[in-house]
Write a protein of this length. Structure first.
Ligand code: ADQ
Length: 468
């Protein structure tokens, strides 16, 4: 089997791939171990120009090489903080209102992608299969092609692909889609994302797209597909039970004094719908006085991208809302919302999920949302909690046992909380079983293996695309 080269914005460290990190790192590393290969990307460090140009730092773990580079401050600002996270992220999550566009940042985004491609070329062998991940790296494949690289190249988009009317808001939309067409396989999380891409190809790129995923545009043929990212449910269940007896979890349980627990865990991001969720919980307490003092919402949200303006704003809003609601409903021995900003060990999060009666996962828009899946897998099958899930998370397609909500509908979410809290055991078990069937059917191994099988099997274009 030919070697695999994985390219992603951030590279997990060799220790993270051993299980302490999220499922994605473990899943990608599994594929790399099977075929041997390289994991290439940014180290997460901002460094001087001279250090950045020293060449990738290499670490070996068996047949896998971890190759990382640092980024100079200007590149970090334009590529990462700028175009990736202040333009692409908001627009792809349907938040044009929060997006800014700056030509220099876009130029920086393309320049850094070309620079990264140059660094990667030295590590490539002729029949390596290259798998590029996510919105930071859309032009990476095109940059390799323009250097004459003809290897099999696939791209997987972890976030939603917006409908054309939304995408048109990004001035260089056509260049971005053309860049995507330089890959041999482009993978999406849901059929809706794939359809949005096909719509753009047909209506705005004058190309062809068939329902089986064959696309022709910009002089290239490629395959698109839906590959739902999943988790390894047994691994999560094991983490959840391993943690059960640990002191921290026992302490939390004791401090709840028999109150019901609602768990929410997200990166602190405006796409995750946290303000709306807090308001729904407030509405629930307002309309259900019998639950005041008897149910606690634990929101864990470690800050990310805190140097992007909109992220500072969401943090302030949340602190304000949590304070306001707690001021309204707290008692001497009761705090309705416990809002925490730190990261937690995975076993601890999973065992907290297992202790809780509701997993409240209500993003305004989400590519998939792995927390929803982890919540279900962590439950005790004999006495499972209920997943309350946004209809706008990619996971909503599969989690047929969840209570689906519209995260803009505060009253609807509040009603779902009430329904979940008083749901009979038989219904909870039924819903849990339905979700588990899907979690097993589309686990992380299926995601990874089906994408790679398509990439290894796809018919290649005869000539590389022109870089013009
Ligand atoms: P994210 O937006 O990061 O991922 P998600 O899919 O929920 O969202 O993954 C978050 C991961 O981080 C989960 O594994 C979760 O357990 C972990 N995590 C969150 N908070 C944590 C904390 N406080 N401590 C420790 N771990 C924490 C992007 C897309 C998603 C898509 C994934 C994967 O935005 O839509 O599902 O990629 O493709």
């Amino acid at each position: 089997m030919s070697r695999l080269v994985v390219v992603s914005n951030r590279v997990a460290s060799p220790t993270e791939t051993k299980g302490s990190a999220g499922g994605l790192a473990v899943g990608v590393f599994g594929a790399l171990k099977d075929s041997g290969g390289v994991w290439f990307g940014w180290s997460g460090d901002v460094v001087s120009d001279s250090v950045a140009n020293q060449g990738p730092k290499l670490e070996q773990d068996g047949a896998v090489t971890f190759a990382t580079v640092g980024l100079p401050k200007k590149d970090y600002d334009q590529y990462y903080r700028g175009f990736s996270n202040a333009t692409l992220w908001p627009v792809f999550h349907y938040r044009n209102d929060l997006a800014v566009y700056d030509r220099d940042e876009y130029a920086g985004y393309r320049r850094v992608n070309s620079w990264l491609a140059h660094r990667a070329i030295k590590l490539l062998q002729p029949d390596d299969v290259i798998w590029v991940h996510d919105y930071h790296l859309i032009p990476f494949g095109e940059a390799l092609r323009s250097e004459g690289v003809t290897n099999r190249m696939g791209f997987f988009l972890h976030i939603p692909f917006p409908s054309p009317q939304i995408l048109l808001n990004i001035p260089p939309h056509e260049e971005l889609v053309k860049s995507l067409c330089c890959y041999d396989v482009v993978g999406f999380q849901t059929p809706g994302d794939q359809t949005a891409f096909h719509d753009y190809i047909v209506r705005h790129a004058h190309g062809k797209a068939s329902p089986d995923g064959e696309v022709e545009a910009f002089g290239r043929k490629l395959k698109t597909g839906v590959y739902r990212i999943g988790i390894f449910p047994d691994e999560i269940a094991e983490q959840a039970t391993r943690g059960e007896a640990r002191q921290d979890v026992m302490d939390l349980k004791q401090s709840l004094e028999g109150r019901k627990l609602i768990m929410s865990v997200d990166r602190l991001d405006y796409s995750k719908g946290l303000v709306e969720r807090f308001k729904a919980f407030e509405h629930f307490l307002e309309k259900s006085p019998e639950w005041r003092g008897n149910v606690t919402l634990v929101q864990i949200a470690p800050p990310t991208r805190s140097d992007v303006d909109t992220y500072q704003q969401i943090r302030h809003n949340l602190e304000y809302e949590a304070g306001r609601i707690n001021g309204r409903y707290s008692g001497l021995d009761y705090t309705p919302i416990r809002y925490m900003n730190q990261r937690y060990d995975r076993w601890k999060l999973m065992s907290l999920f297992r202790e809780s009666q509701i997993g409240l996962v209500t993003p305004l828009r989400d590519g998939m949302n792995l927390v929803a899946k982890e919540y279900v897998a962590a439950q005790n099958p004999d006495d499972p909690g209920v997943l309350v899930l946004s209809q706008f998370a990619g996971a909503a397609d599969e989690m047929t046992g969840a209570l689906l909500v519209n995260p803009h509908d505060i009253v609807g979410m509040s009603e779902a909380i009430g329904r979940a809290l008083s749901m009979p055991l038989a219904e909870r078990r039924e819903r849990y079983e339905a979700n588990m069937v899907m979690l097993r059917k589309y686990d992380l191994g299926v995601w990874r293996d089906s994408f790679l099988a398509d990439l290894r099997g796809v018919k290649l274009n005869k000539r590389p695309a022109s870089s013009k």
